[in-house]
Design a binder for this molecule. Structure first.
Ligand code: NAD
Length: 288
């Protein structure tokens, strides 16, 4: 079995996979029977058509929006993700972004290395006592809720499909948006969630609220977020996810009060190890 690792996984993974077949790098994509991808490789119809013996795609991560699942089903190619692995990793980043935006971490740091003492500009706000609104109440949102409650936040959430949560009070979307001091996005990208956070919804948010997106870039309308940051209606935006990786001409680059990251929600060493373990479990299961 030819296993091609196309994106960045744990460096120890090729050795672990050797017992399942010949492990090859991206240069051998066309010969893959099993293809391991994270976010960079787009498993489009066009790409799949260049890999004649492909039987299995494993996406190290949660979302499967970079895999044409309908075409895979048509061609009999199995598709797996490693959904459970990334929750803690992404949740910690969402909390890190909430703290970084609120505590002006990057503004202060950039000042220090330039020799500027930005004490006044770095006036901070606390998470303690604030309301966190989660959009989505799945695995990652639950881990965020647990951590946010430890900071003394009240946690409310909207989820179209989940009806009970131990860690957040579930409310209708409008109520979550209106009550949140921090709004953190944790849904997959679907036709329903695309552009969900737009000018109309941002206008419903509290003046001075902070938006965090570690879900999918296209769930927000970037231009509307930028307009709200420029007007001051949004006090800040912590963002890890983009319309494309890397983003092209995003207006967010010039917007005020942002902390912007290169899609690193799943990029902890521990998560890459967990992803590798699940990849092995999937291959082991097929061998049995
Ligand atoms: P999950 O499936 O456990 O949770 C997603 C939740 O969103 C579900 O409970 C679902 O019911 C809810 N949902 C779906 N459509 C909705 C809608 N229209 N309105 C409200 N809620 C809706 O998934 P998860 O593991 O928590 O991951 C969530 C998302 O985080 C992924 O789909 C992915 O887009 C993103 N993610 C980002 C990174 C990163 O690197 N930043 C890493 C992993 C996952």
């Amino acid at each position: 079995m030819k296993i091609v690792i196309s994106d960045a996984f744990d460096p120890g993974l090729p050795a672990k996979l050797a017992r399942y077949g010949e492990v090859l790098d991206k240069a051998h994509l066309a010969s893959a029977e099993v293809l391991l991808v994270r976010s960079n490789t787009k498993c489009t119809r066009a790409l799949i058509d260049t890999i004649p013996n492909l039987k299995l795609i494993i996406r190290g991560g949660v979302g499967l929006d970079n895999v044409d699942q309908a075409y895979c089903a048509e061609k009999g190619i199995e598709v797996f993700n490693t959904a459970a692995a990334s929750s803690v990793s992404v949740a910690e980043l969402a909390i890190a972004l909430m703290l970084a935006v609120s505590s002006k971490i990057t503004l202060g740091h950039e000042g220090m290395v330039k020799g500027e003492w930005r004490k006044k500009a770095c006036e901070r706000v606390e998470l303690f006592g604030k309301t966190l609104g989660l959009i989505g109440a799945g695995r990652i949102a639950t881990e965020v809720a647990i951590r946010a409650r430890a900071f003394g936040m009240k946690v409310i959430a909207y989820d179209k499909y989940v009806t009970a949560s131990e860690h957040a009070e579930l409310l209708p979307l409008d109520e979550v948006i209106k009550a949140a001091d921090y709004l953190s996005l944790h849904t997959p990208l679907t036709p329903e969630t695309r552009g969900m956070i737009n000018a109309e919804r941002i206008a419903q948010m509290k003046p001075g609220a902070i938006l965090i997106n570690t879900g999918r870039g296209a769930c927000v309308v970037e231009a509307d977020v930028v307009a709200a940051l420029e007007s001051g209606h949004l006090a800040g935006f912590g963002n890890d996810v983009w319309l494309s990786d890397p983003p092209k001409d995003s207006p967010l680059m010039a917007a005020p009060n942002t902390v912007l990251l290169p899609h690193i929600g799943g990029s902890t060493q521990e998560n890459l190890l967990r992803i590798g373990d699940i990849v092995c479990e999937i291959l082991e299961g097929r061998r049995a």
